[in-house]
Design a protein around this ligand. Structure first.
Ligand code: PLP
Length: 408
């Protein structure tokens, strides 16, 4: 006999009123002191303070990178990187379709054309073997996104990028502290961009940073971020067209304290994710991302799993998400293929259109089969859930098992 599901009035596996999930964010006196230190310093501005510059150095060091440029958010970090590489009108940039809108919006904003390349079903990241066929004489860069905190196949991406002289911008907005073959992601490509928006694994409400190992690129990114100033130049010397993308001293001070929690939090997420993985093996029809020894640290911004409707009585993903929520397991169904977003059907993208050199892709009629399938079948759990205990993970397994029994 299966138990009545919570969506049908049964008792939920987890009552989130009495047993809430681990709260996010974490802070204590350390954060209070950091914020008050800036407040009382009277220096709230990057240019005159020390917090921003120190944060840049510390974040770069933590991520095995030589240079860092802090900025307002992860979207701006992408835009600044593209501008620093001189990418704009008439250029094409290869992007995956399974990502947050910002990856692609940045490309459109600088006037370039996003070219979607399908993902791998078992990693959710861009499929490097499909990059080559998307390259044209106008292709300037590729943006691998480390979705869910799992590094994309950078060996594969870099191989094709080098062969065709393309720049690589890693969108690491979800991948703080993640590691590819022993090196932190972010400066393995030409640039790597991060976000400190509230949901991300390192949080200041908003914020962003750009990493690189190339000094000249670092200086150019700095200039674009700082209204076109040059690092060594005067306040009213502007050599390139930039904007004001600066982060405040409050954010930097907060991030410096939050950053100290990151290694331990990452460790905790990894332990819980491993435990959850091992227990989910017993649930038929739940498939987990492939393990890859080249991923030496997975940041687990999300815990992703693929469900096979056949093992759940033919129910849809939306029905499963609803049933899990009712059982006290927050989860989301995640992205839709980005090229299906109405911005591509309705938005004339004037800037892009003015710049258009080749044929603009027929976005609404694109069909990248792996991405389409993944969007039908993938579910996410949030990173804060992985900061709990194994018994929290047990609730996820119990709920899936309960739902499966009821639907079979
Ligand atoms: C969050 C996110 C961004 C954008 O970062 P913001 O700080 O919110 O602007 C870009 N790319 C990906 C993959 C993201 O998850």
């Amino acid at each position: 006999m299966s138990q009545p599901l919570a969506i049908n009035g049964g008792t939920p596996v987890r009552d989130i009123n009495t047993k809430p999930w681990t709260k996010w964010p974490f802070y204590d006196k350390t954060e209070e002191e950091a914020l008050l230190r800036v407040l009382h310093s009277d220096n709230w501005w990057y240019m005159e303070g020390t917090e921003g510059k120190t944060f840049e150095t510390e974040f770069a060091e933590m991520h095995n990178a030589k240079y860092a440029v802090a900025c307002v958010n992860g979207s701006a970090a992408l835009e600044v990187s593209l501008r620093a590489l001189g990418i704009g009108c008439g250029d094409e940039v290869i992007v995956p379709p399974y990502t947050f809108i910002a990856t692609v919006a940045a490309v459109l904003t600088v006037g370039a054309t996003p070219i979607f390349v399908d993902i791998e079903g078992d990693t959710l990241n861009i499929d490097p073997t499909k990059i080559e066929e998307a390259i044209t004489p106008r292709t300037k860069a590729v943006i691998p996104v480390h979705i869910a905190g799992r590094p994309a196949d950078l060996d594969g991406v870099l191989e094709f990028a080098h062969k065709h002289h393309l720049h690589v911008i890693e969108d690491a907005a979800q991948a703080h502290y993640a590691e590819w073959r022993g090196t932190k992601v972010g400066a393995i490509g030409d640039f790597g961009t991060f976000s400190f928006q509230a949901s991300k694994n390192l949080n200041a409400g908003e914020g962003g940073i750009i990493l690189t190992n190339n000094e000249e690129l670092a200086d150019r990114a700095w200039s674009v971020t700082h209204v076109g100033r040059v690092r060594s130049g005067g306040k009213y010397r502007h050599e390139v067209l930039g904007g004001n993308y600066r982060m405040t001293e409050f954010q930097s001070a907060l991030l410096r304290t939050q950053m100290q929690r990151l290694p331990e939090q990452t460790q905790k997420r990894t332990e819980n994710a491993k435990y959850l993985r091992s227990r989910l093996l017993a649930i038929e029809g739940i498939e987990l991302p492939k393990e890859d020894p080249r991923i030496t640290v997975d940041a687990y911004h999300l815990f992703t799993m693929r469900f096979n409707p056949e093992a759940f009585g033919g129910k849809s993903k939306a029905e499963l998400v609803k049933a899990l929520h009712a059982e006290g397991i927050p989860c989301t169904s995640g992205y839709v293929p980005l090229y299906k977003e109405s911005i591509f059907a309705t938005h004339s993208n004037k800037q892009g259109a003015r710049c258009q050199v080749g044929q603009r892709p027929d976005y609404p009629n694109l069909n990248l089969p792996v991405c389409e399938q993944v969007c039908k079948e993938n579910l996410w759990l949030f990173q804060n859930m992985l900061l709990g205990n194994p018994s929290d993970m047990d609730d996820v397994v119990t709920a899936l098992d309960k739902i499966q029994r009821a639907w079979r």
